[in-house]
Design a binder for this molecule. Structure first.
Ligand code: ARG
Length: 400
């Protein structure tokens, strides 16, 4: 019996050619698996293309809710931004796609899984490390990394094999997208000095085309999870999309950065992440209102480590689980509402409230209701500055 391989299938040129290539070069029957993590596109058409390319079976998995609850939520709890800028769009979807690949492999009795990544990117790392952690018995194949074909080679290979390859001019960019945002790479963007052309943007308007009047959104949180919009309960995927729509219309959420890839390359990356950035901004603000000072300080340090870990493909690791336990514990207190004001190119927090607010008006106010013990400040400040006073006196003695 012919052995099987489960291929992560996107419907693009490379993975379409890979269906045939795996048969021709590895003698494997291909089961194509597409995972819906909230990207645009007609999944049924993608499924049909996989079948027409010679797959013995093709399945599309609807994983949008799972992506939101199991990957976006932890990452929002951690306010995760790689290099303090990139909300991990692709880095979050790869471990979930890997999980569905492993499940499909078990169902179909496949000993192999395959992905369509090149040898230069982070995604190969994330797929292979995730698969190693979830299903170490599987052998992972990376046809595109292995075959060494140029784009033209791949097209003629596909044409000769009569595959339904997407025709038309070469796509000028490499795009990945999901519920949490959109990534754009390659082409002229590889010159870090070239401004991103207007035609790359899909989820954000130019800030100069933003509405003339500001728009306000009130985001309600329970245990660090956004659960309502302007007082109306709403499921997470719909909430993210709704916030993204408003934020995007104001031209907020465009990121242009030089990124340190896992494989050692610096690369120029463009992201459209209006919903993710607006929600992280709101969430982090509510934490400032509801979390104890010491917890908050340590959390801000761990958040950066968390983002690195996810970026580097270590989702299924004991460190991520341990850090998630910390994040989940702190999230218990993150309850309340944040008011965001959208203006051209920006989203600002202009108000926040919480039943668990640690803001105590009676100690914070400068008005007559003030109950803060001013006399206690005198001794406190004296002792707080004592080490530095001793330090300064000692130095004066040494170098008079
Ligand atoms: N540089 C980003 C990351 O590593 C984006 C990757 C996009 N992936 C893609 N296959 N186009 O997460």
């Amino acid at each position: 019996m012919t052995e099987k391989v489960v291929l992560a299938y996107s419907g693009g040129l490379d993975t379409t050619v890979a269906v045939r290539w795996l048969k021709d070069n590895k003698g494997l029957d291909v089961v194509a698996v597409g995972v819906d993590v909230g990207q645009a596109g007609d999944l049924e058409a993608i499924r049909e293309r996989a079948m027409k390319s010679g797959a013995i079976d093709a399945v599309m998995v609807d994983a949008v809710d799972e992506f939101a609850s199991d990957f976006v939520v932890p990452s929002l709890h951690a306010n995760a931004l790689y290099q303090q800028k990139y909300p991990l769009v692709s880095a979050l979807s790869r471990p979930l796609i890997s999980k569905h690949l492993a499940e499909a492999a078990a169902q179909h009795g496949a000993a192999y899984v395959a992905h369509g990544c090149t040898g230069k990117g982070n995604d190969q790392v994330r797929f292979e490390v995730s698969l190693a952690a979830i299903a170490p018995e599987l052998t992972v194949l990376a046809p595109i990394r292995e075959w060494g074909m140029t784009r033209e080679d791949a097209i003629s290979y596909g044409m000769e094999a009569g595959l339904p390859i997407p025709v038309g001019p070469a796509a000028p960019y490499s795009i990945d997208e999901n519920l949490w945002g959109r990534t754009i790479e390659c082409g002229i963007l590889e010159d870090p000095m070239v401004e991103p052309p207007a035609d790359i943007w899909e989820r954000t308007a130019d800030p100069f085309d933003a509405p003339d009047e500001p728009v306000y959104l009130e985001i309600g949180f329970e245990r660090g999870v956004p659960v309502s919009l302007d007082g109306e309960a709403i499921g997470l995927p719909a909430l993210i999309r709704a916030v993204e729509k408003v934020a995007g219309a104001f031209g907020y959420g465009r990121v242009d950065m030089i990124e340190d890839r896992v494989v050692g390359i610096k690369s120029r990356e463009i992201y459209e992440v209006p919903g993710a950035l607006a929600l992280i901004t709101a969430h982090a603000d509510l934490e400032e209102l509801t979390l104890d000072r010491e917890v908050l300080r340590l959390k801000r340090v761990l958040e950066q480590r968390y983002a690195q870990l996810i970026y580097e493909g270590l989702w299924y690791s004991p460190l991520r689980e341990a850090m998630d336990a910390f994040m989940t514990e702190t999230a218990k207190h993150v309850i309340g509402t944040v008011r965001l004001r959208f203006e051209p190119g920006n989203a600002r927090v202009v108000g926040r409230e919480s039943s668990g607010s640690l803001y105590d008006y009676s100690v914070a106010t400068y008005d007559k209701e003030d109950s803060f013990d001013h006399s206690a400040a005198e001794g406190f400040v004296k002792l707080w500055g004592l080490p530095l006073k001793i330090w300064a006196r000692t130095k004066q003695k040494l170098n008079p």
